[in-house]
Design a protein. Structure first.
Length: 158
């Protein structure tokens, strides 16, 4: 299966017929699964303006790293490098999207929000205007060279 979206960045329907439940904080409840299709399903279920931002984030990552691995774990999409681990996770909240760069403290400049884990840095997006695409692309290029987070390693192309 190709990593590239087949609809020019627009995610397909989240599921075949059943709507996706939003958890109390506004995050889509998506079953744990490996591959691009579950991530696109998550994006399709993101509420309101967040859907467009999620699709753009995924497209920017795929553009910068065509061999990117995808998965949904703990109701959050993850992106990673084959054999190197996960470098980015996304989670929806009612008012914003949280992007977690698992080795973000090593990025130059680091994403702006500190985390309890000293290696992790966050970027909070409250609208599409908060996404600096040039900066984000730079972080993706840097993150792909770092050893990622290994809750379970990406195994190969998804």
């Amino acid at each position: 299966m190709s990593n590239r979206p087949t609809t020019k960045g627009r995610p397909p329907a989240a599921t075949a017929g059943a709507p996706v439940k939003l958890l109390s904080g506004g995050n889509p409840q998506i079953a744990k699964a490996d591959g691009h299709a579950p991530v696109l399903g998550y994006i399709a279920a993101m509420p309101g303006w967040k859907r467009e931002v999620g699709a753009r984030i995924d497209q920017l990552i795929v553009d910068e790293l065509p061999e990117v691995e995808h998965a949904v774990k703990w109701n959050s999409p993850l992106w990673g490098c084959p054999g190197r681990g996960w470098f980015l996770g996304l989670h929806c909240f009612k008012a914003y999207i949280k992007l977690a760069f698992f080795k973000g403290a090593s990025l130059k400049p680091p994403p702006p929000v500190a985390a309890a884990d000293p290696d992790t840095r966050y970027l909070h997006l409250h609208s599409m205007d908060d996404l600096d695409e040039a900066m984000f692309r730079g972080w993706i290029r840097q993150a792909q060279r770092l050893e990622g987070w290994h809750s379970s390693k990406p195994k190969g192309r998804s």
